[in-house]
Design a protein around this ligand. Structure first.
Ligand code: ASP
Length: 297
């Protein structure tokens, strides 16, 4: 099976990924790193057409921890730079018989194109502004571990919603797990026809505040904001967080624009910030996703 959108997953498969992720979390915590070889001899191709630190490294780590091999295409040095199409790249790589293909691409729908050609299961590691399903799954696992369940949790997702594949996948996944999701951002960074909820309204009383990066690389126009202005008007500051539920938790998929969508002291708050926990859960969830698409879960 392919994992391209949250919509590809049944409730039972979501449950399998999250319980598998939880099992890998305990396993990794027990210090047995890398000793499970259940995917030995499998080959995972990583195609990252867009920059990545967390997702690329955690897929590679997850692959290694399961005893499989991860091979990354260096897009900058590949025939993509000679004009080879995505379809031809997919045909070429498929002829090498990888067991899984992980792809991140700037175009919405690119993973579907590859999945239509390749025999191997395809995992979407983020396509354009469309979806980033493994990020939403790791966010759900982070909340499961920290909050012991998502039922009734009020999650405010704030910032550059318009360009955020993380927001789109989370808006699909978290309500299926019982959470209430509130999306809010500055008007130019909201999708057309989105309900007009201000960031202050979204954060008020929220149990979790997930801030999103301003994706200036996808913006055609300059936001025209003076230094510090975005943080003051729309960012997560101590003042705004004080209006959330007592001890509300803070998330961010990374990379952060410190001092833009999130203040330093909030990002680094050891009690309330789950940002590094999210990274750790990324490895666990991706181990479970690799197992699932290979029919091993
Ligand atoms: N790392 C996330 C993504 O690839 C969020 C971001 O880049 O802002 O979508």
């Amino acid at each position: 099976m392919d994992l391209i959108s949250i919509d590809d997953l049944s409730d039972a498969q979501i449950d399998r990924i999250l319980s598998g992720g939880l099992r890998w979390f305990e396993f990794n915590r027990s210090g047995s790193h890398g000793h499970d070889k259940r995917l030995a001899d499998k080959i995972v191709f990583n195609l990252f057409y867009e920059n990545s630190t967390r997702t690329a490294m955690s897929f590679a780590t997850a692959t290694h921890r399961l005893g499989a091999s991860s091979i990354a295409l260096s897009v900058e040095h590949s025939s993509v730079k000679k004009g080879e199409t995505l379809e031809d790249t997919a045909r070429t790589l498929d002829a090498m018989h990888p067991d899984v293909i992980v792809i991140r691409h700037r175009e919405n729908g690119a993973p579907n194109v590859v999945a239509g050609i390749a025999n191997a299961p395809v995992i979407n590691a983020g396509d354009g502004t469309n979806e980033h399903p493994t990020q939403a799954l790791l966010d759900a696992l982070t909340l499961m571990v920290r909050c012991e369940g998502l039922e009734g949790l009020k999650v405010a997702i704030c910032g550059d919603i318009r360009h955020s594949r993380v927001a789109r996948s989370n808006a699909k996944l978290l309500p299926r797990l019982g959470a209430e999701v509130r999306l809010a951002g500055p008007p130019p960074l909201m999708p057309e026809h989105a309900p007009a909820l201000s960031i202050d309204e979204a954060i008020e009383g929220a149990d979790v505040v997930m801030m999103l990066r301003v994706q200036r690389e996808r913006l055609e126009e300059d936001l025209g904001d003076a230094p510090g202005e975005f943080l003051r008007r729309y960012g997560l500051t101590a003042g705004r967080l004080a209006t959330a539920a007592p001890n509300a938790l803070v998330m961010h998929p990374g990379p952060m624009n410190r001092g833009v969508e999130i203040a330093d002291d909030i990002a680094d708050d050891p009690e309330r910030s789950l940002i590094t926990t999210q990274v750790a859960m990324g490895v666990c969830v991706r181990m479970a996703c690799l197992e699932l698409v290979l029919g091993e879960a």
